[in-house]
Write a protein that binds this ligand. Structure first.
Ligand code: PMP
Length: 389
């Protein structure tokens, strides 16, 4: 049987061997990191080592890292009414971009009427003028914008966003999940107040993540209350094996990041040239703006994403229709909708995302499968949909 080809790395990445070793080794450690005895101190050392590595991979101080059960929890923790920097008034409303992950779009701990949506342009980049208009209203707002989008890969102008937010006394949260390990991220340089990451997207285990909290940020109420773990910011005994695996993955990801970016760039060029060669009318979303090198979201006239994903799967290729979280429901991606893509075209969005283990041969196998499928799935000579796009 031929090997399957996994091209859905933005949904989750395979566990790195270094992360697996760290997880397994930590299962043997009995102490509770909050205990004062030798066993506890040993567990605490593992926790702190992981904290140092994760922080360093983002140019941050270890104390800024709050370990969580993943980025969903990190996002909910971040989206707290009342946050403020020293000397600025507490935020009372939340502005999120229209292309955020569902854990941000759902508003965290803000009441629904207090959540406002900032639009994006047709390339999937947040509209800074509109954002500034929303920010100009009172009271001050918490703004949550992702660093790169998980469906299109489009990289957002976060430094410009940070300037606007600061000028209006707001607070900025950045969901950095898809960008982490793929582009250089410096927490201080970004001027973000809060930043979420997840271990399983960089080759760590699932069910662990972190929220970075700037030192001068005030008013962060824990979402999980109880013990004083994580400096009172997240109660509950830490998932030590998961966190040790996260640390190990973060270390390898940081060491290999530049090589990975170059490798991805070459693979994506090959992929996108191949897609265009097979179906000349292929549309690649966000192709004219800076994008993560490992992500291609494409469609073609008449394509139904759900059918295409099953077709690829039967050919042994794992791809997705938009984001994994929304692909359980048959509805067009909210990201493409926000980009004002025609509904007929948006229903056909296929995401191919790859990682450090992906080879040229994997890309060629995906293209081979697509050549077979496109013959029946793509409408020929139908330029009407394209005109409407
Ligand atoms: N934000 C983004 C942009 C994501 O892609 C994901 C994962 N689908 C999350 C948040 C949630 O991360 P986790 O799976 O760790 O809860």
């Amino acid at each position: 049987m031929t090997q399957r080809v996994y091209l859905d790395w933005n949904a989750t990445a395979p566990l790195r061997p270094e992360a697996r070793d760290a997880v397994v080794a930590t299962f043997e450690v009995c102490g509770n990191p909050s205990s004062v005895h030798g066993e506890g101190r040993r567990a605490h050392r593992i926790l702190q080592d992981a904290r140092i590595v994760v922080a360093a991979s983002l140019g941050a101080e270890p104390d800024t890292v709050v370990f969580t059960s993943g980025a969903t929890e990190a996002n909910v923790l971040a989206l707290t009414p009342g946050l403020h920097r020293t000397g600025t008034p507490p935020v009372e409303r939340l502005i999120v971009s229209a292309i955020e992950h569902s854990s941000v779009l759902s508003g965290g701990r803000f009441a629904k009427p207090r959540v406002e949506i900032a639009p994006v342009d047709r390339s999937g980049i947040v509209d800074l003028a509109q954002l500034d208009r929303l920010l100009a209203d009172q009271p001050p707002a918490l703004v949550s914008i992702m660093l790169a989008n998980n469906e299109t890969g489009a990289i957002q102008p976060i430094r410009d966003v940070a300037e606007l937010v600061r000028a209006r006394n707001g607070v900025l949260h950045v969901d950095a999940v898809p960008a982490f390990g793929k582009i250089d991220i410096n927490f201080k340089g970004l001027q973000a107040d809060l930043l979420s990451i997840s271990a399983h997207k960089i080759g760590g285990p699932k069910g662990v993540g972190a929220l970075l909290v700037a030192e001068d940020l005030r008013g962060l109420e824990p979402a999980l209350t109880g013990g004083g773990q994580e400096k009172g910011r997240r109660a509950g005994t830490e998932n030590l094996p998961g966190i040790a695996g996260f640390g190990a993955a973060a270390k390898v990801a940081a060491t290999n990041r530049e090589r990975f970016a170059g490798h991805s760039d070459a693979l994506r060029r090959r992929l996108e040239a191949g897609l265009k060669q097979i179906v000349a009318s292929t549309i690649i979303f966000s192709k004219d703006v800076p994008r993560l090198a490992n992500t291609t979201l494409f469609t073609a006239p008449g394509l139904q994403a759900e059918t295409a994903v099953i077709g690829f799967d039967l050919e042994g290729i794992a791809v997705s229709s938009g984001s994994a979280c929304s692909s359980g429901k048959v509805q067009p991606s909210h990201v493409l909708e926000a980009m004002q893509v025609d509904a007929a075209l948006a229903r056909g969005g296929i995401r191919i995302s790859f990682g450090w283990e992906t080879t040229e041969n994997d890309i060629d196998r995906a293209l081979e499968a697509w050549r077979k499928l496109a013959g029946t799935l793509v409408k020929k000579n139908d330029e009407t949909v394209l005109e409407r796009f």
